[in-house]
Design a protein around this ligand. Structure first.
Ligand code: ADP
Ligand code: MG
Length: 487
């Protein structure tokens, strides 16, 4: 057996039309590579290796390895059988298929490669989602033997219709190339199905194509991947390697809306930044930085009421608020080892987090017209902003619950009251990147199971999962229904 490999210059290089698998026959090799006999058989392996440590890049480098069986006097069919055996063994090891003897391994022992519905939003982010799919996702899926049906969304609401009507048996999962808004549509399309429980067994994979890619950042960080550079490639690797993991959903209710939310509810400064920066959409994620500076400059403090039911044992979360940070692998680490397999499911290396599973009873919410139960805490006054969040990140630059498992069954209520000024906010901005702001008093945090938010002014912006919704009271509690993310 001989092998040689080529290391491509970048992840962006165009597909060469090669595919994974085995081949037999004469290969006309380039001048630097040897020529093989007509009986030669080939096995090509594609790898996406990290080329550097996380601090200095952490990008993946595409590698093609060609293995050749070309023994003198051996027939083509025997060479082909040999490389096919190598292929079966490698795939069995990757897929953790148990086998006693190499000779016993059969094609049928291996799991069938998935068939996905790929949903691409041409409107999301800078409008580059179709190109991200063509230049990054497609080739990697082809190399991994993943098949798919591609749908480009034609309008707002299209994904929701697809989710309501799709044949659940047809696909192993749904891959969304967009921001969080398209996933919100899918989740709520599933919610409206009669076979809702069955629908929620279909897992979601996210490839970041939007300007808000919170779920993708949370998934990558929980697997120890970095979520800043070339994240589409990291996300596709997670989808190819990953297995479905449970993710909490929160039942949210307003006067006109009944929905499942998977990220956050924002009112005040964060919602304003998210929506008012829409006009800078062409800048991608940079729109949030510009929006923040403008909004802090023109600080508003609307009146509101915030009510919540705290978890039974808030001290379990004290590690988030301790002034001296726990020993993490390096500053800004959301997981440590970017080769992820060394990372626990809970993610944050060095921080002991309460384990997820969230199999708790649903809190029964009162009608919005009724007062909250007497065991809830009620805060009333002026707020710079309120963020109610049930995920580790609300963007790849904003970590609101470091190391959080995806299905912990809790909600963080974070609020900035009227005592906080511009200088405090500006000095906190750097700390958003790591979640370190939780250790200071500018933003106060409570760990809760249910909440109600009531703006007491007439006009403003309220968002659910980054999408603007009707302005008015809204409440929510962790649902017993969960969805699956491919991680
Ligand atoms: P971003 O992170 O850039 O906001 P999202 O995934 O949140 O990206 O999508 C933004 C919005 O685009 C969603 O509300 C979605 O419903 C809507 N949408 C989907 N397809 C289209 C389309 N073809 N034209 C216009 N809007 C669309
Ligand atoms: Mg969006």
């Amino acid at each position: 057996m001989r092998s040689f490999g080529g290391n491509e210059a970048s992840e962006d290089s165009k597909p060469r039309g090669s595919s994974s698998g085995v081949k037999a026959g004469k290969k006309t090799a380039s001048s630097s590579k040897p020529e093989f006999s007509e009986n030669a058989a080939f096995l090509k392996i594609f790898a996406y290796q990290y080329n550097k440590c996380q601090e200095h890049g952490g990008v993946r480098c595409r590698l093609e390895l060609l293995f050749v069986a070309d023994k003198v006097g051996v027939e083509a069919k025997d060479n082909l059988a040999l490389v096919n055996r190598w292929r079966l063994v490698i795939l069995a090891l990757i897929n953790e298929v148990q086998f006693q003897k190499v000779e016993d391994l059969k094609e049928d022992d291996l799991p069938t490669p998935p068939h996905y519905l790929v949903c691409i939003n041409p409107f999301s982010g800078k409008g580059k989602a179709p190109q991200i799919f063509e230049h990054k996702v497609k080739r990697m899926f082809d190399e991994a033997g993943i098949t798919y049906k591609k749908v480009i969304t034609e309008r707002k609401g299209h994904a929701r219709e697809l989710a309501k009507t799709m044949d659940l048996e047809e696909f192993s999962g749904i891959i969304i190339v967009s921001g969080d808004g398209l996933l919100f549509e899918f989740i709520n399309g599933f919610r409206e199905r009669e076979d809702r429980e069955k629908a929620f067994k279909v897992p979601f994979g996210m490839v970041p194509g939007g300007s808000g890619n919170a779920l993708c950042a949370a998934v990558l960080s929980s697997r120890g991947e970095q979520c800043h550079k070339n994240i589409a490639v990291h996300a596709v690797m997670r989808i190819i390697k990953g297995k479905p993991h449970l993710k909490d959903l929160v039942n949210v209710r307003s006067q006109t809306m009944n929905a499942f939310s998977f990220l956050s509810i924002a009112w005040g400064i964060i919602a304003d930044i998210d929506i008012e920066s829409e006009r800078f959409r062409f800048l991608g994620e940079t729109r949030f930085t510009i929006g923040s500076i403008i909004r802090i400059g023109f600080l508003r403090k609307p009146a509101g009421r915030l009510s919540f039911l705290e978890v039974e044992d808030p001290s379990r979360y004290n590690h988030l608020f301790q002034k001296s940070p726990p020993p993490a692998s390096h500053p800004g680490s959301h997981g440590g080892n970017q080769n992820s397999n060394a990372c626990t499911e809970a993610g944050h290396v060095g921080v002991e987090v309460p384990g997820g599973n969230g199999a708790r009873e649903e809190v029964e919410l009162p009608e919005l017209s009724e007062p909250v139960p007497s065991n809830w805490t009620v805060l009333e006054g002026e707020f710079v902003g309120i963020l109610i969040v049930y995920i580790s990140h609300i963007s790849n630059d904003f970590v609101c619950h470091p190391g959080r498992p995806m299905d912990e069954g809790i909600i963080l209520v974070q609020y900035i009251d009227s005592t906080v000024g511009r200088r405090d906010l500006l000095s906190s901005m750097e700390k958003f990147k790591t979640g370190d702001y939780l250790r200071y008093d500018v933003i106060k945090t409570r760990v809760v199971r249910a909440f109600r938010l009531e703006p007491l002014n007439c006009n403003g912006i309220l968002t659910v999962d980054g999408e603007r919704c009707e302005y008015g009271p809204i409440q929510g509690a962790v649902s017993s229904q969960k969805c699956y993310c491919i991680m």
